[in-house]
Ligand binder design. Structure first.
Ligand code: ADP
Ligand code: MG
Length: 325
């Protein structure tokens, strides 16, 4: 991309995209941004890349794409219990499309404002449409919610409801449908896929209570599996307790359970609470959270179904480099 158009593009759409924070000494416009972290905190950093045709469809609304590009990073910060502060944006564009840029940056700006995060730098290149966002947040080192802290006897929770985004994906791909879904139901599923809500406030509340946490990007079975592996424990979960949205409650219950267990993109949090903190946790937290199981010493993930019988895992979360399927 020629320098002139690159500079005017950055100036037009990104330099003043977000509101200014006091801890940004130098933002967009120099070789590096200069940023200040509070003394008693460390910086939590995470990067995610969305590639057209792989992570989003060509026809997705650019405003929703702007939202989701930042939401997935904020979800990672939420899963660590970190307070969002700044982000950088690496944008690869096939061409300069002003309408697209206006809508994309608007989606980005709206979510950034909601969480008071400032865009502090980036890179702009020409090529197949790809969006990388790196997010930065603050957390106290000893409080950070890691994947390796789950202990035998801890209770397993998930926030919100699971499976909507996975159902939307299959609707879009036309690999699944259900006659009980109205077009409004379908819209609510697409909304979950395209405009996920990062559980930022919940993540910070969990600092006081949780022994481990992860955000559900690849699917509950897969992401809970990461907590179990890192913590060197196993778990039993009750499939009848998986929280389903009113929309997913309308479809075949086995199918709904499969979406909730094995499909990704919900960006809910899965976390563990020591049993002696359960009462305090449940009386403090205002967000919807559901206890779905318990951490056990025996490795592996066991699932109890409607009949009280143990079931084996039928699918797994999304793995980009999987050779199966
Ligand atoms: P350099 O050549 O030193 O890497 P660039 O010319 O790429 O600098 O960028 C100029 C300034 O604009 C830098 O401060 C950079 O962080 C910022 N910038 C570039 N692209 C973006 C973008 N897409 N979003 C936000 N800031 C950007
Ligand atoms: Mg550059």
């Amino acid at each position: 991309m020629s320098s002139l158009s690159e500079f005017s593009l950055i100036e037009t759409y990104f330099t003043d995209l977000t509101s200014k924070r006091d801890d940004v000494t130098l933002g967009i416009g120099d070789d590096c941004a200069l940023l200040q972290c509070p003394d008693d905190h460390v910086v939590a950093v995470s990067i995610d890349t969305l590639v057209e045709g792989i992570h989003f469809f060509e026809d997705v609304a650019p405003e929703n794409l702007g939202h989701k590009s930042l939401a997935v990073g904020l979800s990672d910060l939420a899963a660590m219990g970190a307070e969002p502060a700044w982000f950088t944006l690496a944008l690869t564009l096939p061409e300069i499309d002003n309408k697209w840029l206006k809508d994309f940056s608007q989606g980005l700006a709206n979510l950034a404002k909601q969480y008071n995060v400032q865009l502090v730098g980036g890179d702009t290149t020409k090529g197949p449409l790809t969006i990388s966002i790196q997010v930065h947040g603050f957390v106290k080192l000893e409080q950070a919610l890691r994947r390796d802290g789950a202990q035998v006897g801890d209770l397993i929770y998930v926030s919100g409801s699971l499976g909507d985004a996975g159902a939307a994906l299959q609707l879009k791909l036309e690999t699944w449908n259900d006659e009980h879904l109205s077009s409004q139901d379908q819209q609510s599923l697409f909304q979950r896929l395209e405009k996920p809500t990062p559980r930022v406030e919940l993540g910070q509340k969990l600092l006081e209570f949780a022994s481990s946490a992860i955000d559900i990007s690849d699917g509950l079975s897969s992401d809970l599996g990461h907590i179990l592996n890192k913590s060197g424990v196993g778990a039993a979960i009750d499939l009848t307790k998986l929280p389903l949205s009113p929309t997913l409650q309308k479809i075949d219950s086995k199918q709904a359970q499969d979406f909730a267990l094995n499909s990704g993109d919900d960006y809910e949090l899965c976390f563990t609470i020591p049993a002696d903190k359960q009462v305090a946790f449940e009386s403090t937290v205002t967000e919807a959270c559901t206890q779905i199981g318990v951490i056990e010493a025996k490795s592996g993930l066991r699932m109890i179904g409607v009949d009280g019988q143990q079931q084996t895992l039928t699918g797994s979360g999304y793995d980009h480099f999987s050779t199966e399927d």
